[in-house]
Design a protein around this ligand. Sequence first.
Ligand code: C5P
Length: 227
Amino acid sequence: MQLCVALDLQSAKENLALASSLSEYDIWMKVGFRSYIRDGREFIDELKKINPNFKIFLDLKLYDIPNTMADAAEEIAQIGVDMFNIHASAGEVAMKMVMDRLSSIEDRPLVLAVTALTSFDENNFQSIYGASIDQKAEQFAKMSYANGLDGIVCSTFESKAIKEVTSDKFLTLCPGIRPFGEDAGDQQRVATLELAKVEKVDFPVIGRPIYKDPDPVAKVEKILEKL
Ligand code: C5P
């Protein structure tokens, strides 16, 4: 398991301060929509300056027509991030085009697909996708695997089942982890690190339990010991 810290603080300055405090650890940093829209590519460069070994996951969840997604994927690869994601519901043609476009790039970033957003409840999900979250998550996972993606974003509770219908090597990245039973905040279904281990999660994504802790460094150390 590789820890991925969500840099969800309110400003670039605060996010960089958090990253600096964690500079001695070779961990993943998740850069999301808000941060990337506001702070852009320079922010990624700053993170790499703090620790060139930080791995960076650009969480932009691409969803567009296949050609536009492939263009975006190519641009993302130029930024030098290590992983990014797309929406599985963008479809197989989009998946294929993205992976084809990246195939000639040396050290291409890993590509994950988002199955179901965790903010959906069963009814809302059903009204859009016409199937249950579990059914679609499995179908999206198989489709992503068949089209050469590296893994998916899913809930911890689905990780093992998804590996069973794809491959043990198919990566799972799971938000909603509360390592030591911390406050769930707005997350609906939260899991501990113990469960993440049982479920063979590759990347536990942890935000608030780290950056809201009075001592984020000690918290990260405690988490790394557990991993
Ligand atoms: O603070 P917390 O640990 O809940 O942060 C989880 C991170 O994972 C946030 O950046 C959130 O946007 C992201 N995320 C999520 N659920 C998804 C996809 C991403 O919580 N399905």
